[in-house]
Ligand binder design. Structure first.
Ligand SMILES: [Fe+2]
Length: 237
């Protein structure tokens, strides 16, 4: 399986705070059944420029890959970002540089308040103006805040892929809406969204086990196939 959402790169966001923590996280995700990991540090346009972000990300990757012996044990790594949606982002120069490298797929984090029409339009603009397919990060986090609107349906109707966190698939959090999203095949990709080894640790095993037991191995295979298609031309590290 592919872990599509991680904060494993050291010292770049609120995720891993040391190289040793990054190693432990990679080891854990690997043991839980992932042969590929997409590195998706947060990007916020009001905090730094795209070029500064890319430069810090490059340094963090260099550090992560610095030990040859460790590197040989790693699953395939891919470089992306979790881009917080911002106004007019589709008009921003170099926005495509935030895609998973080698692809036209970009992980987008929707706003946490009620979405405006303009926010949803901006997601659509990424595809219509640039041919970038947004991967909507952890859809389950937005269900409650969009209640009473048709925002979720509108978003699902666009050319987007939908990612769910393995933590949301864990039994105690798995409500009817989340269940139905998986059941109806609306979840394209899964990820751990791991940030550390304590409060937000890797939990790929929970997602894999629950999907297999409740929806069958064919559902898991479908999610895996979608991920392989996304990463078909992606650069490996
Ligand atoms: Fe995240």
């Amino acid at each position: 399986m592919i872990d599509f959402h991680t904060h494993i790169l050291p010292n770049i966001d609120d995720g891993s705070s040391s190289l040793d923590m990054s190693y432990a996280m990679i080891d854990s995700v690997k043991k839980q059944g992932a042969d590929s990991i997409v590195l998706t540090p947060h990007y916020y346009f009001d905090r730094e420029s795209i070029s500064d972000f890319i430069s810090s990300r490059k340094d963090a990757l260099k550090l992560l890959l610095s030990d040859e012996a460790k590197r040989k044990q790693f699953p395939d790594l891919f470089l992306g970002a979790e881009v917080a949606l911002f106004p007019m982002m589709s008009k921003m120069k170099d926005i495509e540089k935030l895609c998973i490298i080698g692809t036209k797929f970009m992980m987008v984090e929707m706003p946490y308040g009620k979405w405006s029409r303009a926010s949803i339009a901006e997601v659509d603009n990424l595809y219509t103006r640039h041919g970038i397919t947004p991967i909507i990060a952890h859809i389950e986090r937005f269900i409650a805040s969009q209640k009473g609107t048709d925002n979720i349906e509108s978003l699902l109707g666009l050319d987007v892929l939908i990612q769910m966190n393995c933590g949301a698939i864990e039994k105690k959090f798995f409500n009817r809406t989340n269940h139905n999203l998986v059941k109806t095949g609306r979840i394209d990709l899964i990820g751990t969204d791991c940030h550390n080894m304590t409060t937000r640790k890797p939990n790929m095993d929970i997602g894999i086990k629950y999907i297999t037991n409740h929806f069958g191995i064919s559902m898991l295979n479908e999610i895996d196939k979608c991920g392989r298609d996304v990463l078909k031309n992606a650069s490996r590290y």
